[in-house]
Write a protein that binds this ligand. Structure first.
Ligand code: ASP
Length: 302
């Protein structure tokens, strides 16, 4: 395939379509993915990313994001950043430095302010009202209900592969918590000589198992992208007795995709050979079963 992109959850549909249009125009992988992710960050009805994201226990929306360039293995990432419009743009810019590529909290905010990144209070009235009505139930919430990361993987015409991820992380997380999304090898990984992977689900489980590096490494050892995704998830579920929900997307260096999940998981894929479409991945009898969705309004999951 000349170009291809895959992204997580139904919320990424319009963004992925945009990414594929840009890739078709010959635009570079990094800018094409960032445009797509930003569309999701800016949409307040998507409640687990960017504007209108899920608040933490203190009622604050703090965001995580990561970007990796598969040609150079450079990465940039931010964790627990508050008050800025686009964590993915800030993460991407941090890739340009030799050191200090992953910044968190006040340090990330200082950097973003100095570099002139656009500010935004991401706590919308809707996300604040949800917080107010549920904050007294924190003990009964698993704290893992209602969280998702938007992850984009792409390949451009020159063969560059990149990964981009953005999230508000777990709902009612402790203030200061970062998940897997800023951590390369956990939330995302890209190597243009092999392929790329990204994850959505309970970040602590993904970090424990270096899920995306593990998956890409399996492709390096010769496994197909789908087999690498399946084996990675199987290993994680075997090793972690209490493994919670995890979904993995992957793209090989030729633009083929693989997906593995232990829950119901919509994702989007398209390429120069195949129109952008929504797919539903389900965990059935210990295996991921993938089906194309003909009518996307039927899928209620974000
Ligand atoms: N992985 C994210 C986190 O743990 C949440 C998610 O993707 O659902 O912060």
């Amino acid at each position: 395939m000349k170009w291809a992109a895959i992204s997580t959850w139904k919320m990424s549909f319009d963004g992925c379509k945009k990414t594929l249009e840009l890739l078709a125009e010959g635009r570079k992988c990094d800018e094409s993915l960032i445009e797509g992710v930003c569309m999701v960050e800016d949409e307040p009805s998507y409640t687990s990313v960017g504007y209108g994201g899920l608040p933490d226990k203190d009622g604050r929306v703090t965001l995580d994001g990561g970007f990796m360039d598969g040609d150079t293995l450079r990465f940039g990432a931010v964790g627990c950043i508050e008050g800025f419009r686009s964590p993915i743009r800030i993460a991407h810019s941090l890739m340009n430095y030799e050191f200090n590529n992953l910044l968190v909290g006040a340090g990330a905010e200082k950097y973003a302010e100095e570099k002139g990144f656009e500010k935004r209070d991401n706590l919308t009235e809707k996300s604040y009202q949800k917080y107010l009505s549920e904050k007294d139930k924190i003990e009964t919430l698993t704290s893992y209900d209602g969280h998702d990361t938007v992850c984009f993987l792409g390949k451009d015409v020159s063969g560059t592969i990149c990964a981009a991820v953005s999230t508000s992380g777990l709902y009612m997380k402790a203030h200061g918590r970062i998940g897997d999304s800023p951590i390369p090898g956990a939330g995302y990984y890209a190597d243009s000589e092999i392929g790329s992977a990204a994850s959505t689900g309970v970040g602590e489980d993904v970090i424990k198992t270096n899920a995306t590096f593990r998956l890409v490494n399996k492709m390096a050892q010769g496994l197909s992208v789908q087999k690498a995704a399946d084996e990675t998830l199987n290993e994680i579920m075997k090793r972690l007795a209490d493994c919670r929900s995890i979904s993995l997307i992957a793209l090989d260096k030729d633009g083929n995709y693989g997906v593995a999940t232990n829950c119901d998981f919509p994702f989007v894929y398209g390429s120069d050979e195949c129109e952008v479409s929504l797919y539903m991945a389900r965990f059935v009898n210990g295996k991921t079963v993938i089906k194309k969705v003909d009518d996307i309004s039927e899928v209620t999951l974000d």
